[in-house]
Design a binder for this molecule. Structure first.
Ligand SMILES: N[C@@H](CCC(=O)N[C@@H](CS)C(=O)NCC(=O)O)C(=O)O
Length: 214
C-alpha cells in the first residue's frame, strides 16, 4: 500500500510539516490524511491513528504505524538517502541539529506557536522565547558558514525540514534576526515544496483560538 501520512492543520501543525517536507523533498510517494488539531483542553481521537496519540504518524500498512516526526524523517531517508548530507561529518552535525530542534527551544515553541497565515509581532514573547530565537539564529549562521549554504548543511536536508516551522515563526512574529538568517528564510520560503505547504495553510479557514487570539 502507499504509505499514509496523518497530519494536522497545515497552518498550525508544526510537527506535521517536518516529515511532510522530508517525504516530498525525497520524492517518496505517500497519501495524506488531514486531522483537525484540538482546541486547548480538547482531546482528539488521534489514538485511532497513532500509538502516541499525536500527529504526524506514518501508516505503512500491515499494522505498522510510525509516530514521531524525526522517526518518520529517518524512514524517508531510508528510502532516499540524499535527505541527509553525503559527508559523514556533515551528516552527524545535521542529525545533531535535528535532535536539538526536536528536543529543544521549548520557550520559542511555547511563546510563538506556528501560525503561518498570521502576521503579528514579538510582543507576546518572553525573554526566554526571544533568547531561544537568538540561539537558533546563531546556530543557523554557524551551520551556513560551515557548509557554505544554500541550506543549513549544503544541499537541502532533513535538518532544514526540522527548522522549517521555525522559519515561519520568524515571519509570523517578526522576530529580530541577522542578515544571514533572513537570507536562509528567503531561500526556504522560495523552495517549491515549502511553498506548497504555505499555500495550503493560507487556503485553510479554520481558526484555533488558542493561537489566533493570544
Ligand atoms: N514529539 C512529537 C510531537 C507531536 C505533536 O505534539 N503533535 C501535535 C500536533 S503538531 C499533536 O498531535 N497534538 C495533539 C495533542 O496534543 O493532543 C513529534 O515529533 O511528532
Amino acid at each position: 500500500m502507499t504509505p499514509k501520512l496523518h497530519i494536522g492543520d497545515r497552518n498550525y501543525s508544526s510537527w506535521s510539516m517536518r516529515p511532510w517536507l522530508a517525504l516530498r523533498m525525497g520524492g517518496v510517494a505517500f497519501d495524506e490524511v488531514m486531522h483537525q488539531l484540538p482546541e486547548m483542553g480538547g482531546k482528539p481521537a488521534f489514538g485511532a491513528v497513532s500509538p502516541n496519540e499525536r500527529v504526524p504518524a506514518l501508516d505503512l500498512g500491515g499494522g505498522v504505524v510510525i509516530p514521531e516526526s524525526l522517526a518518520i524523517c529517518e524512514w524517508a531517508a531510508e528510502q532516499q538517502p540524499s535527505l541527509w548530507p553525503a559527508d559523514a561529518t556533515a551528516r552527524a552535525l545535521a542529525r545533531a541539529a535535528s535532535a536539538i530542534m526536536h528536543s529543544g527551544f521549548a520557550s520559542l515553541r511555547n511563546d510563538a506557536p506556528m501560525n503561518i497565515r498570521r502576521r503579528s509581532d514579538a510582543s507576546r514573547m518572553t525573554a526566554d522565547g526571544l533568547a531561544d530565537a537568538a540561539r537558533v539564529d546563531a546556530l543557523w549562521r554557524e551551520w551556513l558558514a560551515r557548509s557554505g549554504g544554500p541550506f543549513l548543511f549544503g544541499r537541502w536536508s532533513i535538518a532544514d525540514a526540522m527548522y522549517a516551522p521555525v522559519v515561519t515563526r520568524f515571519v509570523t512574529y517578526a522576530i529580530p534576526r541577522s542578515a544571514e538568517a533572513q537570507g536562509y528564510i528567503d531561500r526556504m520560503w522560495a523552495e517549491p515544496h515549502f511553498a506548497v505547504w504555505v499555500k495550503g495553510a493560507e487556503a485553510e479557514t479554520r481558526k484555533l483560538a488558542r493561537s489566533d487570539q493570544a
